[in-house]
Design a protein around this ligand. Structure first.
Ligand code: FE
Length: 224
């Protein structure tokens, strides 16, 4: 059995350990859990330190992959075209492949369309490009309200989507995972791919945030 089960078959798995929902734990996962318990029990590892490590993958390392994809798409029209046509292949060009990212779709946010991603049944999420899903993404309120009241949810995230903008909600499944290609903000002309990638946030790639314009050069200089 693979972990690419049908979405409507899964059950609640709201423990906060990200894994392929109802798939049985793999041998490696079982070993990791056993090791973790043992290390914590023996006082060799601090659970808080482990949590910090998970947070790193959740908020820093993981989403940086997606940010590089977005930045590349912003500066390279040919890559952007390939990304929108076949996201799995375009993303693999940058080496981001693996479990929970086998079938990717990129959604382009524009002046007229705002895309937002949810998994209404559990927590399907594109691991290779975004890392581990944030807790709120897995929460029941987000999963239901994103569909019922997307504009309200977006407002709570600080995003005001104009009445003339169409909001599209995409329900992730075990078969398809989505990456939002956010709008390139004004004031980024002439920035390098790396500088652009640094602006892109995880939330913007889920579609619950916009990418902010960079601080003006004077402010950036002052921060150093
Ligand atoms: Fe799911």
């Amino acid at each position: 059995m693979s972990d690419r089960h049908h979405h409507h078959q899964h059950h609640d798995h709201d423990d906060d350990r990200p894994r392929a929902h109802d798939a049985p734990l793999s041998d490696v996962e079982l070993r990791v859990r056993a090791l973790e318990s043992l290390l914590v029990d023996k006082g060799l590892v601090d659970r808080a330190a482990l949590d910090a490590l998970v947070d790193t993958y959740e908020t820093k390392v993981g989403p940086r992959n997606g940010a590089r994809i977005v930045a590349r798409a912003w500066i390279d029209p040919e890559f952007r075209r390939r990304l929108l046509e076949n996201a799995t292949e375009a993303i693999a060009e940058l080496g981001y492949i693996g479990r929970q990212g086998e079938d990717m779709v990129a959604l382009e946010n524009t002046r007229d369309v705002h895309n937002m991603v949810v998994c209404t049944l559990c927590s399907c999420y594109p691991w290779p490009v975004l890392g581990l899903p944030p807790v709120w993404y897995k929460s029941a309120p987000y999963r239901s309200r994103a569909v019922i009241d997307p504009r309200g949810v977006l407002r709570e995230f600080g995003v005001d989507v104009g009445a003339d903008v169409e909001v599209r909600i995409w329900d992730s499944t075990a078969e398809l995972r989505y990456l939002v290609l956010p709008e390139r903000p004004p004031g980024t002309e002439g920035m390098s791919e790396e500088e652009l990638a640094a602006l892109v946030t995880r939330d913007a790639m889920i579609g619950v945030a916009k990418v902010p314009s960079p601080a003006p050069p004077s402010a950036r200089g002052a921060k150093r």
